[in-house]
Design a binder for this molecule. Structure first.
Ligand SMILES: [Zn+2]
Length: 147
């Protein structure tokens, strides 16, 4: 966010609040010779959400993609559509105020919720989303599930 007075790219947010479907931020220019304060507004409903992938790439948040991922993990398990829908709804509520979210965070959220519903679906989902650093991580996960 550039300072509108001196175009300095460095500003800091001194106050942030939400009102009437917008986020209002008080900012202060960090340029010593300027230091002016100004306010920015950002409409919440017009915010496009992005996911940040493991390699740092960004792409628009795609609800359907997450939904399909969960569906696939739940294949042939006795899990109702409503339960899957609930996970996705909770996820959306959880990230409502975020402009960017790491895919890792989305994966963790889904895993946490799947774990409560179905262990097999959880393992399937985890094996795709969780980043197994080495074999020990996977062993830990298997142990966690068995307990
Ligand atoms: Zn300035």
């Amino acid at each position: 966010m550039r300072c509108p007075y001196c175009q300095n790219p460095e500003t800091k947010v001194t106050d942030k609040r939400e009102s009437g479907g917008a986020i209002r931020r008080r900012r202060e220019c960090l340029n010593d010779r300027c230091g002016k304060r100004f306010t920015t507004y950002e409409k919440i409903d017009s915010v496009e959400r992005f996911v940040i992938k493991k390699d740092g790439r960004r792409e628009p948040f795609n609800r359907d993609k997450v939904f399909l991922g969960v569906m696939k993990a739940c294949e042939k398990r006795n899990i109702s559509h409503d339960k899957i829908e609930k996970i996705i709804k909770d996820l959306e509520e959880n990230i409502q105020n975020k402009k960017e979210i790491e895919t890792k965070k989305i994966g963790e959220f889904v895993m946490k919720n799947l774990k409560k519903i179905d262990k097999v679906a959880y393992i399937r989902f985890a094996s795709v989303y969780r980043d197994f650093e080495d074999v020990d991580d996977f062993k830990d996960l298997m142990k966690e599930v068995r307990e």
